[in-house]
Design a protein around this ligand. Structure first.
Ligand code: ADP
Ligand code: ADP
Length: 218
């Protein structure tokens, strides 16, 4: 379970996230919606322990990852600023990550397959399209078989086939009992993918609702 409680982040005198309260339950996909600059990435970074809250708490499974980031085997994440060595192949990139975290090679092959990257696993990442880069980032997020998955704008850069793929993938992850938080600025896409919606604007909570409720009352 993911929780934000009175979560607040200020940079200097600019408040980027303010008094955010929401819960993401296991077995569901929660769409984290808001326009660019609303504070979605900042919130996700605080959940992952990559950024310290100014006030309030961000917890995953009851733990606040304040001083160290969440381990890959507990929480898998796709963030906008990823560091991928461009000269490495997709396989090498994932193997290096797997090695650091004691994850077996069979799992690398599994996530390459899951991401539809098996055929290009031996190609250098620098030749990858934006969509292939997103697929690789998602493969990396799933490498540790985590119970909690946090994806920042995973649909960005994907072609129509990729969009359909991620929709199915997210539904599968939730069906396996995982807790899935996925950010997007696309309401229409989240209405098709998510069970719940957490909508923010200028760092503040605007709505915390089910997709069904939202689409029948909006
Ligand atoms: P979103 O993910 O919804 O697009 P972000 O969390 O990336 O929003 O950004 C929210 C706001 O916080 C933006 O106005 C952005 O410029 C600002 N911001 C993000 N990181 C920093 C930082 N390190 N220093 C100052 N401002 C920041
Ligand atoms: P797929 O089922 O699409 O091939 P996975 O191999 O990741 O993808 O899914 C099956 C694995 O997921 C199983 O090994 C199972 O232990 C694991 N699993 C199922 N539910 C959870 C969960 N909530 N948290 C972590 N792992 C889970």
């Amino acid at each position: 379970m993911i929780r934000a409680h009175a979560l607040t982040k200020r940079y200097g005198d600019t408040t980027v996230v303010q008094d955010l309260d929401f819960t993401v339950h296991p077995g569901t996909v929660t769409g984290f919606l808001g326009p660019n600059g609303a504070g979605k990435s900042t919130t996700m970074r605080m959940l992952l322990g990559l950024d310290a809250p100014t006030r309030g708490r961000a917890t995953i499974g009851g733990r606040a990852y304040t001083s160290h980031s969440a381990p890959l085997t507990e929480v898998g994440a796709l963030l906008e600023a990823r560091s991928v060595h461009p000269g490495r192949t997709a396989f090498h990139h994932l193997m290096a990550l797997a090695h650091t975290h004691g994850i077996p090679r069979t799992r690398v092959e599994h996530v390459l397959d899951l991401a539809g990257l098996t055929a290009v696993a031996g190609k250098r990442v620098k030749g990858f399209s934006l969509g292939m880069g997103q697929r690789l980032g998602i493969a990396a997020a799933l490498l540790g078989d985590p119970a909690v998955v946090i994806l920042d704008e995973p649909v960005n850069g994907l072609d129509p086939e990729g969009v359909l793929w991620i929709r199915t993938l997210l539904r599968d992850l939730a069906a396996q009992g995982r807790t899935v938080l996925v950010s997007s600025h696309l309401m229409s896409e989240m209405a098709l993918t998510a069970d719940h919606l957490v909508i923010i604007g200028r760092g503040r909570l605007l709505a915390d609702t089910t997709v069904t409720e939202f689409t029948t009352t909006a």
